[in-house]
Design a protein around this ligand. Structure first.
Ligand code: UD1
Length: 360
């Protein structure tokens, strides 16, 4: 039996864990322990995802919660060390680029435990993004680098990572989407949302660079209000963004189609995005999901660590500027394509990860 410990903590980790958990179980010969750091803890940010994705309850929940970067990272490190010492896995798997990812990787590396990074090699080259620091440091600490796209391999090779440590496996986020799309479509309730197919936009915003400063946030909310004058705009609001809107006393226009709602679960979100005419976001996952689905996406960021979504998919970067976003939305609305073909975004990435781990 190979012992694998997976560490997850924040919402985008859960969609990446789900297919790996299933692939390890299907492959047999693995003992897989799941540790939830508790970085995200609201039901709508965590438990509902475990339910929608069919992931068993985590074996450990470290309950670290929110804090500054240093507090959160340190709390995760302190809480996870005894778990790894007691369980000594053959490989620790970490996912994506959140604080839980880098914290767990650092602890394992110092204990001499091999680290596997799922979604390795992505680079925005923007050192102001906390996630970029997490990505670079985690990759540096990792022995097995599982990349979702060729650009990931190229970035790692350029940074001097030995080729035999890099495993181009494809995109685990797309494994989950491909598995659950039918169920999301079955459950999708557009009438309940009072929207019509392709005649509404879906929005998510939570990057600190967009929401922690009132100026970009005001531009974004202004743009959404304007877009909402012609079509419904469904905006599930991340807790960070909700807090900032309150702090800045920013009241989004209530007279049009802009609707701020609480975060929604995975299946409900997928059901909405799949039928939307446009997505506006600053999330990493949605750039990929919309590319796969062929739904036009505007990403309110100056750069992306997922360039294939721009070159092969439907994604376009837009500045955080009200007029530019409104103009781009007008141009892209409803420009739905057939789903894109990105190499190895085929629903089988996690199987390839299990295959590599078997040989470890
Ligand atoms: C984190 C990740 C980000 C990821 C995002 C997805 C890092 C550095 N950032 O950002 O890469 O895209 O998750 O959601 O790891 N909060 C709640 N309830 C929760 C979780 C958070 O109310 O369940 C609030 C708290 O006020 C907290 C704030 O949101 O302080 C930010 O949470 P945090 O986990 O620090 O970062 P995110 O912005 O969620």
């Amino acid at each position: 039996m190979k012992r694998i410990v997976s560490v997850v903590g924040a919402r985008p980790n859960f969609m990446k864990l789900a297919p790996v958990q299933r692939a390890l179980e299907a492959a047999g010969g693995f003992e897989h322990v799941v540790v939830h750091t508790g970085q995200h803890y609201d039901r709508g940010m965590s438990d509902s995802f475990f339910e929608d994705l069919g992931i068993p309850d985590p074996d450990h929940n470290l309950g670290v919660g929110s804090g500054t970067h240093a507090q959160q990272t340190a709390d995760i490190m302190k809480a996870i060390e005894p778990v790894l010492l007691a369980g000594r896995p053959d490989v620790l798997l970490v996912y994506g680029d959140v604080n839980s990812t880098v914290a767990a990787a650092l602890v394992a590396a110092k204990l001499g435990i091999r680290v596997g990074h799922v979604e390795a090699g992505l680079r925005s080259f923007d050192w102001e993004m906390p996630e970029e620091i997490n990505r670079v440091v985690t990759d540096r600490l990792s022995d097995l680098l599982f990349t979702p796209s060729r650009d990931g391999d190229e970035n790692l090779v350029r940074e001097g990572v030995a080729a035999e440590r890099i495993h181009f496996v494809g995109n685990v986020m797309i494994d989950t989407l491909a598995r659950l799309l039918r169920e999301a479509r079955r459950r999708a309730d557009l009438a309940g949302w009072e929207v019509r197919e392709r005649e509404f936009a879906v929005v998510t915003l939570h990057r600190p660079s967009n929401v922690d400063d009132p100026r970009p946030l005001a531009e974004l909310i202004g743009a959404l209000g304007e877009i909402g004058r012609t079509r419904p705009v469904v905006f599930p609001v991340h807790p960070r963004t909700r807090r900032r809107l309150e702090e800045f006393d920013m009241v989004p226009p209530g007279d049009g189609g802009l609707r701020l709602v609480d975060p929604v679960g995975y299946l409900e979100m997928l059901g909405l995005v799949d039928r939307a005419g446009l997505v506006i976001t600053d999330s990493g996952g949605l750039q990929e999901e919309t590319s796969f689905l062929g739904v036009p996406c505007l990403t309110a960021r100056p750069n992306t660590e997922r360039p294939v979504t721009v070159t092969h998919g439907t994604n376009e970067l837009v500045p955080t500027d009200r007029a530019a976003i409104v103009a781009a939305a007008e141009r892209k609305f409803g420009a739905v394509r057939d789903g894109c073909e990105i190499e190895l975004w085929d629903g089988r990435a996690a199987e390839r990860i299990a295959e590599v781990l078997r040989g470890e």
